[in-house]
Design a protein around this ligand. Structure first.
Ligand code: DAT
Ligand code: MG
Length: 148
């Protein structure tokens, strides 16, 4: 089953949005397969965002990610990568639709509360980086109520 990497950024943790955000993924029907609250250092944040290292906003982005603890998660489900991105909303909260996490809880692109993998391939890379021991192996008893 497909998996994605979701991270609640430091502003999301400080603003007490952890429960709200986890609840949205849970209520959708996705399954939590990994979870930790963690402070990351500069080298780790740079590795996570290495594809953006040439962007003018890269240093600010890294400083933001190391500015406080983040909640790192693995979520599993059918089409969870793409659907997770839809739940999160557009990168710039000015463009994020109401009903999405960024649309409901963020104002600025540099404080957009949450990260989600943009493809199955990046999800695999990000899960390997953040969860070297891999996902937690369990099967929700709700499975047959969510999938036919
Ligand atoms: P996303 O997080 O939606 O996948 P991304 O991977 O293009 O977006 O960029 C990673 C983060 O970098 C994004 O969540 C916020 C920040 N960012 C992106 N574009 C930016 C810009 N033009 N100015 C400032 N920050 C930006
Ligand atoms: Mg991205």
């Amino acid at each position: 089953m497909e998996k994605t990497f979701i991270m609640i950024k430091p502003d999301g943790v400080q603003r007490n949005l952890v429960g709200e955000i986890i609840g949205r993924f849970e209520k959708k029907g996705f399954t939590l397969k990994g979870l930790k609250l963690i402070n990351v250092d500069h080298a780790f944040a740079e590795k996570h965002y290495e594809d953006l290292s040439k962007k003018p906003f890269f240093n600010g982005l890294v400083e933001y990610i190391v500015s406080g603890p983040v909640v790192a998660m693995i979520w599993e489900g059918k089409n969870v990568v793409l659907t997770g991105r839809k739940i999160i909303g557009a990168t710039n909260p000015s463009d994020s639709a109401p009903g999405t996490i960024r649309g409901d809880f963020a104002v600025e692109i540099g404080r957009n509360v949450i990260h989600g993998s943009d493809s199955v391939e990046s999800a695999q890379k990000e899960i390997a980086l953040w969860f070297p021991d891999g996902p937690v192996n369990w099967q929700s008893s709700l499975h047959s109520w969510i999938y036919e």
